[in-house]
Design a protein around this ligand. Sequence first.
Ligand code: FES
Length: 173
Amino acid sequence: MGKSLDLQRRVFLKSSGAAGAVAGLAGTFAAPGEAAAATPVHCPAGDATPPALSLGRLGTLRVGEPRSFHYPDARSPCLLIRMGMPTEGGVGPNQDVVAFSQLCTHMGCPVSYESGLRLLQCPCHYTTFDPERGGAMVCGQASTDLPRIDLRHDSKTDIITATGVNGRIFGRL
Ligand code: FES
């Protein structure tokens, strides 16, 4: 009877994978004073300097009508916005052109620009960011500001160029 019960228990553990789970937990929750057999985690460095990207002529950008682009790669949507008044980090003759990652720093939903409020808002959990204050979080669930895209404006050609990312894009290292 005892032997049969023991056999049944072992069959259950083996078939359910519970033995592996239990073993895994034992490693995770080491007793105090016990040295944990830590496996080193390698975190590859992100691209330190993303390539510059031309975003077109400033003269074609209307106040309050954002232009979408992707930067520093195709998985990273961003918004280029002409605010119509000097803005923190802004480029151009009026220092009013700014750009931000569109990925909310809470859980990565794409924010949109509400021109009436002059704010960037996330439709998922309503976090709000202020493009006039460098993408600072105004309210909501996120814990960090929206990453600002560094811009450069060439006064001769009127071309705006994205030159870098200021902050951590959601889901990136
Ligand atoms: S994903 Fe934007 S507030 Fe949650």
